[in-house]
Write a protein that binds this ligand. Structure first.
Ligand SMILES: [Zn+2]
Length: 238
């Protein structure tokens, strides 16, 4: 029994290593996800800025169209002036021209403001794109490091899995099932050392009769408190 328990302890060591590997791989994947999230955030901001600029461009074009219309109105009104005979009509058309000119000044003012805001926004966009590029490169390097870490964890996990396959062969199926179940229920630790009359898994005292049975090493003994399998390593005491 003691030999089997020793093998089971080796198995547990392998399984704990593998648990550690899996946890580190999960952490690393979460890190990659969070880096991707940061990139996406900045990308969204760039897209929003582009949409804002497109809307401003459309407004600029509309202002230019309005300006063209008003300029055409003036040209037409000025042409009309030549055919006018009455003072009243002349004043009316001149009034139209004056109000069109006033409108043109307002539109030109709006257009200048729009162009200046567009320039600012385009400059902001350029700087955001430079930042995004730098961030993507920086995070790309970090991600490559993380992926290398994952790969090395996977390599050692695969090697450990092979050793486990061999180790498991020496353990009876029933004992293995009990071990797996205990590992699930006891945070990965199914087999623990018994020492100085106590269980090192839960640090509780083991009844002397049971402890004595451990020395005989004939049967599988579990801790009456935490149910873990007990293995004795120290030499039999006098
Ligand atoms: Zn215990």
């Amino acid at each position: 029994m003691r030999t089997k328990l020793m093998i089971l302890e080796d198995l547990q060591e392998l399984d704990l290593k593998s648990d550690g590997s899996q946890a580190r791989i999960q952490d690393a994947l979460a890190e990659i996800e969070s880096l991707d999230g940061r990139i996406q955030e900045v990308q969204s901001a760039v897209e929003a800025k582009k949409a804002e600029i497109a809307a401003m461009e459309a407004e600029r074009l509309a202002l230019e169209d309005n300006l063209a219309v008003e300029n055409a109105n003036i040209v037409r009104s000025e042409a009309n002036l030549k055919g006018i005979t009455t003072q009243k009509e002349y004043q009316a058309v001149n009034k139209e021209i004056a109000s069109a000119k006033k409108l043109i000044i307002e539109l030109e003012d709006q257009l200048l403001q729009k162009i200046s805001r567009l320039e600012e926004s385009n400059a902001e966009l350029s700087s955001m794109e430079v930042d995004l590029q730098a961030l993507a490169e920086n995070l790309g390097v970090q991600k490559a490091d993380i992926r290398a870490r994952i790969e090395s964890e996977e390599t050692s996990a695969a090697a450990a899995a092979k050793v486990r396959q061999e180790t498991v062969k020496a353990i009876p199926a029933g004992m293995l099932r009990q071990y797996e179940k205990l590992r699930q229920n006891r945070r990965g630790i199914a087999i623990v050392e018994a020492r100085d009359g106590g269980c090192l898994g839960c640090n509780m005292h083991i009844p002397p009769q049971l402890y004595n049975n451990l020395f005989r090493g004939e049967e599988l003994i579990t801790c009456p408190h935490c149910q873990r399998m007990l293995v004795l390593k120290q030499e039999q005491q006098g």
